[in-house]
Write a protein that binds this ligand. Structure first.
Ligand code: IVH
Length: 684
């Protein structure tokens, strides 16, 4: 590259990064995935290092983030909020590279003992500085550009896990706590489900949801997205005797009642870091919140001081990232899929892309309104996201890269929902107020029939091992199976005749089907695939009625005696059993001995009889099962979601949207102590 070319590329990268920074930090509307941003940032850093004469103080490589919005009061950080260097080597060897740099900077030789490190998670949210004066939370500020942030105290006060007062008799004059505000995956999913159901825009990702909610000018709106917080350090302190190590700092913060993540370790040398990196990689998908990596810190504070900083980044800390959960790819086609209840879901077929640890070729577009809002078209470059076990989804379109016919006309047309079912040709109907369009053909539609059978065989339903999508597809297409009842009549010869079906696997499948007979009633009810009857409701129904015939005979009033069953669920159940076809299939399943009835156990008598409780958050002493047990022992019911029928919501720490909903509906909320008091009233 000639110096002219380098200068040109540097200018281009700077402007792209400035734009991305603005979109991300100021507008809360990211336009490129983090991995792409990181690549450009690294390219810029590398070019500037190669051409020191082209370096410039106002290059985005020289600063931390974006300018605060004008609408919030500005807060000057007396101790700046720094950034951390990202280890370029994303393989586990990155941990060794960090250790080697630290040892070199400290002038250690091989003969010297290992350096002690603290390893923790890199939370993916918004950095926050909390100022406690004499133990009271007086101010919360965002990082902003590291020197000046925004005063978001009102919004931060809505974060339930952040104590408004420190838990100590003898609070320091001043303690600034630094950490990350984030939105848990559960809160994110629940919020988006509700938004989609209301036909409102969904959040792009949890990080964005957290940032948007913290920087929301109206704290009431902020409070609708239940945020969480974890501390990872301190800022300015007065009258607080500093401990000797970072690990002890976090222990002390935890002792003051501040939330500190338990997923952290302290130990010697790069082996500690490697082991932590590996262990977290293994459980990353199962964590209740997003992380984009881990952070390693030199544990001793005196060594941290000795190591100091380069530009805005400490030499004593490094971020070690995992493969990105968002990537860019292109849309090759948009197709629709027909689900078990006939819902027609648009799906983007993608050029294969490695994201969130797997190669993704399909991503859901949820429903018609979502496709329209995002305006996804064939040929578009899109941001795809896959986090945890969540189905990959298209986050947004990179409009600048849309293939165009001319300046204003895109090459592809906007997506249109088909008017007839792609599987059976029946009309597609969208009922007003519902997000999903549905095929109106019920079980006469082969796609719905297949999905119904796949659901019936599922792990949480009848648990027929080995009977997945592919096999069901063949069984239905060959005319061997049309309803779940036909499964029990399958012969070994019929199964062995299927494609790619060795004799052994045919025997395994028929054995698995036979083994699924006489399942507990709740599994069978769930397996039927009644709309709005999930696993929990199926359990409640089985427990309440004991026998399938009693359930089938129940009218709306009888059904609504069951916790969690409201008019919508009751109507779905009635409609299902009213269908002659469904009754016929059930009779054949009865003849096959598919389930076994139990005993009816309607809510016991007790002083809480007739009262419905909902649990949310973590209780200090009782586990969820224990709390449920004592409520039920007193005759109460525990339901999964808050409705007008709920009498009490029991809220622990980090409560979810149920808590907000209870407040909206004016339902009494109690903490653990309140619950125990209520239980005790009856026992006196
Ligand atoms: S320490 C001097 N620890 O990552 C080091 N930061 O680029 C200051 N972050 O803005 C940060 N998890 O918001 C630290 N365990 C962790 C973190 C963490 C997430 C964020 C933080 C900061 C950014 C660093």
């Amino acid at each position: 590259m000639t110096p002219e070319q380098a200068a040109h590329r540097i200018a281009q990268l700077r402007s792209e990064i400035e734009q991305a920074n603005h979109d991300y930090y100021v507008l809360d509307n990211p336009t490129i995935p983090d991995a792409e941003y990181d690549r450009r940032f690294r390219e810029l850093q590398a070019l500037e290092a190669e051409h020191p004469d082209l370096a410039s103080a106002d290059s985005p490589s020289q600063r931390v983030g974006g300018k605060p919005l004008a609408a919030f009061a500005q807060v000057r950080h007396r101790v700046p909020m720094l950034s951390i260097r990202t280890e370029t080597d994303t393989t586990p060897a990155g941990a060794q590279a960090f250790d080697a740099r630290v040892r070199k900077e400290l002038g250690l030789t091989e003969a010297d003992p290992a350096v002690e490190y603290a390893a923790e998670l890199k939370f993916d949210g918004l950095a926050m500085s909390l100022r406690y004066e004499h133990g009271v939370l007086v101010q919360a500020a965002t990082r902003g550009d590291g020197e000046t942030g925004e005063d978001v105290t009102q919004n931060v006060r809505t974060v339930q896990v952040i104590p408004l007062r420190l838990d100590t008799e003898d609070p320091p004059e001043l303690l600034e706590v630094r950490g990350e505000v984030y939105l848990s995956r559960g809160a994110f999913e629940r919020y988006n489900e509700r938004q989609r159901a209301l036909g409102r825009p969904a959040l792009v990702n949890p990080r964005n949801g957290a940032a948007g909610s913290i920087r929301q000018l109206d704290p009431a709106i902020a409070a609708q997205r239940p945020l969480s917080f974890y501390c990872y350090g301190i800022g300015e302190t007065v009258g607080w005797a500093l401990p000797a190590s970072h690990g002890e700092v976090l222990d002390r913060l935890a002792a003051l009642g501040l939330p500190v993540c338990a997923e952290r370790v302290v130990g010697p040398g790069s082996d500690t870091l490697l082991e932590f990196h590996r262990a977290i990689a293994a459980k990353r998908d199962g964590l209740p919140f997003d992380i984009d990596g881990v952070v390693y810190k030199v544990n001793r504070l005196d060594l941290q001081r000795q190591l100091g900083f380069v530009a805005r980044e400490p030499r004593w800390a490094v971020a070690h990232k995992y493969p990105a959960q968002e990537e860019l790819t292109t849309v090759e086609a948009i197709e629709v899929q027909v689900g078990r209840t006939g819902a027609i879901t648009p799906v983007a077929r993608l050029a294969p892309v490695f994201v969130g640890g797997v190669t993704v070729t399909n991503a859901t577009l949820h429903n018609e309104d979502e496709v329209r809002r995002k305006d996804v078209r064939v040929g578009d470059t899109v941001i795809v996201r896959r986090a945890g076990d969540v189905i990959p989804e298209v986050v947004s379109v990179v409009l600048e890269r849309r293939p165009m016919r001319d300046l204003v006309t895109p090459l592809s047309d906007a997506f249109e929902m088909p008017r007839t079912c792609p599987e059976c040709g029946a009309p597609v109907l969208r009922i007003e107020g519902e997000a999903a369009a549905r095929c109106t053909n019920g079980l006469s539609c082969p796609a719905q029939r297949k999905q119904a059978i796949v659901h019936f065989a599922g792990r949480r339903a009848m648990d027929i091992e080995g009977l997945g999508d592919k096999l069901v597809e063949q069984l239905v297409d060959k005319g061997l199976v049309a309803t779940p009842a036909d499964l029990y009549g399958l012969t070994l010869e019929a199964v062995a005749g299927l494609e790619r079906m060795a004799e052994k696997s045919a025997a395994n499948l028929t054995a698995a089907i036979a083994a699924s007979r006489a399942r507990d009633l709740h599994r069978f009810i769930f397996a039927l695939g009644i709309r709005n009857v999930g696993e929990q409701t199926a359990k409640d129904l089985a427990r309440h009625f004991g026998q399938l015939d009693a359930l089938m005979a129940a009218d709306e009033t009888a059904l609504m005696q069951v916790a969690d069953v409201g008019p919508v669920v009751a109507k779905s159940i009635l409609a299902f059993f009213a269908e002659a076809h469904n009754r016929a299939v059930i009779e054949r399943l009865r003849a096959a001995g598919a389930w076994k009835d139990g005993e009816a156990r309607p809510a016991a008598a007790g002083h809480l009889a007739g009262k419905t409780f909902v649990l949310t958050g973590t209780l200090p002493m009782l586990s969820r099962d224990q709390a449920k047990g004592i409520i039920e022992a007193a005759g109460g019911k525990v339901a999964g979601s808050v409705s007008k029928k709920t009498d009490f919501v029991i809220a622990g720490s980090d409560p979810g949207s149920k808590f907000t909903k209870a407040q909206e509906l004016g339902i009494a909320t109690l903490d653990e102590g309140g619950l125990l008091a209520l239980i005790n009233i009856g026992s006196n």
